[in-house]
Ligand binder design. Structure first.
Ligand SMILES: Cc1cc2nc3c(=O)[nH]c(=O)nc-3n(C[C@H](O)[C@H](O)[C@H](O)COP(=O)(O)OP(=O)(O)OC[C@H]3O[C@@H](n4cnc5c(N)ncnc54)[C@H](O)[C@@H]3O)c2cc1C
Length: 404
């Protein structure tokens, strides 16, 4: 395994680091002040930043070469350090058109969409003109097991009719969100993993009712937000179905590919930044006649954080490298490992940094509180920790018993 970055990745790292310094860090706090005061409105500087990033070629870098002409050609290993740089500011990835849930939806559409679906939805997403949401989770069933999903997608002539109740639809509150990819059942009598399908639904289709935005630890995470949505006799053309009836799980596997390790890549950057902030803060304050950085307990926290970030970073690069060389299926254990390790590591490291900042750490004057919320929510949003452990434990036992 060689984790030496390619020249292209190094050049892009320098460009993104510079872009962050010049354009993103100076506006980091103003963004949150604006979104706090203007829920569901887009911070006016975002579109300007997006066009600067696009002009600089720092655009759609997330899509690996096996996505053909849609890809700018970077491997997951080349992209990982770029995503970490973006992760230093929780809203930065959208400036580079590299943010969830659009990235997952773009992956799905580039891999499974028809030329017509791609022209209508993928192209404007890739151009950053529209946003999107992915509607799988439902309040009435345990959705970490997607076979439980109950939304019905029923064929009626040249249309499908959709009825159901969704929540945690990230991005659905954003004023630019024009389409959803909805998961539901086309045939509840089919074998367990052939009941589900995915279908494209324009956000303005009659019968879609936004019930309310959900808060994450008290924050709306505006303008994207996380919506609870009722779907009542929502009709779309039959040609909006992705791939074919019963392909929902096959597509979900694709969606769980590279896109799902982007959160881990970004969280490494968030943890790095938290550690930097912690080191600076403890070097600026004095208690009981000593600089806080001089206390052994503080140095131990910093040392442990340094080790844990590096361990998690190498594990993430290892997963990215395995996906690049052998595909998502072969990398599934490493993907599970980083999903277990990285968000937990981020929460631990950020929590130490919060503690070292005292009262300042829990308020809006540093990015730490948002980093912690991000890491904590990902322990559920990207599939609960326990589900990754359940699958990794099962695979490990199988491999040991098979003598592997
Ligand atoms: C901030 C945020 C954003 C999200 N964005 C989206 C989105 O855009 N689109 C979308 O469709 N969904 C989204 N979700 C939903 C997320 O994917 C689900 O919350 C997640 O899959 C868990 O489903 P659930 O909430 O129904 O929990 P449940 O399935 O009810 O699980 C609850 C708990 O049961 C335990 N558990 C479950 N299985 C096992 C097991 N095998 N072993 C041991 N314990 C287990 C775990 O502790 C788990 O956390 C988001 C969630 C959050 C918090």
């Amino acid at each position: 395994m060689n984790f030496e970055y390619t020249d292209r990745s190094k050049e892009l790292q320098a460009q993104i680091a510079d872009f962050m310094q010049q354009h993103i860090f100076p506006l980091e706090k103003a963004y949150f002040d604006f979104t706090d005061e203007h829920p569901w409105q887009v911070y006016p500087e975002i579109e300007r930043l997006k066009s600067l990033a696009k002009k600089a070629g720092l655009w759609n870098l997330f899509l690996p070469p096996n996505y053909g002409d849609w890809s700018p050609g970077l491997s997951n290993l080349e992209y990982a350090p770029l995503a970490a740089l973006m992760g230093q500011v929780v809203w930065a990835s959208k400036v580079f058109n590299c943010s969830a849930p659009d990235t997952g939806n773009m992956e799905v559409l580039s891999k499974y969409g028809t030329p017509e679906q791609q022209a209508q939805w993928l192209q404007p997403l890739m151009d950053g003109q529209i946003r999107s949401a992915f509607l799988m989770t439902e309040p009435q069933v345990a959705s970490s097991d997607a076979t439980n999903i109950e939304t019905s997608i029923v064929r009626d002539g040249e249309e499908y009719v959709i009825n159901g109740h969704k929540w945690w639809s990230s991005g659905a509150m954003h004023p630019y969100t024009k389409m959803y990819i909805i998961m539901g059942k086309t045939d509840p009598t089919a074998p367990r993993h052939a009941q589900q399908s995915m279908i494209i639904v324009p956000a303005n289709t009659p019968g879609i009712k936004i019930i309310r935005p959900l808060k994450v630890y008290g924050a709306y995470e505006s303008p994207e937000g996380h919506a609870e949505i009722a779907l009542e006799n929502v009709r779309v053309p039959a040609s909006n179905l992705l791939v074919g009836e019963g392909s929902g799980f096959q597509i979900a596997q694709g969606r769980l590919g590279p896109g799902r390790i982007h959160h881990c890549m970004r969280l490494i950057g968030a943890a790095e930044r938290a550690l930097q902030l912690m080191c600076k803060r403890v070097s600026e304050r004095t208690t009981f006649g000593k600089e806080v950085s001089q206390y052994s307990s503080i140095r131990q926290e910093i040392a442990k954080s340094r080790c844990e970030i590096e361990q998690a970073r190498l594990l993430t690069l290892s997963a990215a490298d395995k996906i690049d060389r052998f595909g998502v299926k072969a990398a599934k254990d490493l993907i599970a490992m980083i999903k277990i390790v990285v968000p937990n590591m981020t929460c631990t490291v950020v929590d130490r940094a919060i503690q070292a900042h005292g009262g300042m750490g829990v308020c809006q004057d540093t990015p730490l509180a948002n980093f912690w919320i991000y890491g904590r929510a990902i322990r559920i949003a990207d599939g609960p920790d326990e589900v990754h452990m359940y699958q990794l434990g099962r695979n490990t036992i199988k491999q040991v018993l098979a003598g592997g």
